[in-house]
Design a protein around this ligand. Structure first.
Ligand code: SF4
Length: 52
């Protein structure tokens, strides 16, 4: 799979992860939040995640 060097990612469980190296293979991703008022990185999510 072609990695996108502009999107680093360590979520190995995602279908879009490159596998051997820590990059995403999508051309673009959607980032969002599950909080009403996000304050720390943990409040944000990759909305393009798909379980492998
Ligand atoms: S879609 Fe999101 S979670 Fe999945 S590999 Fe790409 S950046 Fe990571």
């Amino acid at each position: 799979m072609n990695k996108n060097e502009s999107i680093k990612c360590t979520v190995q469980q995602c279908k879009h992860h490159s596998g051997s190296v820590d990059y995403c293979t999508l051309n673009a991703i959607q980032v969002g939040t599950h909080e009403a008022n996000p304050t720390v990185p943990e409040c944000t999510d990759c909305k393009s995640f798909v379980l492998k």
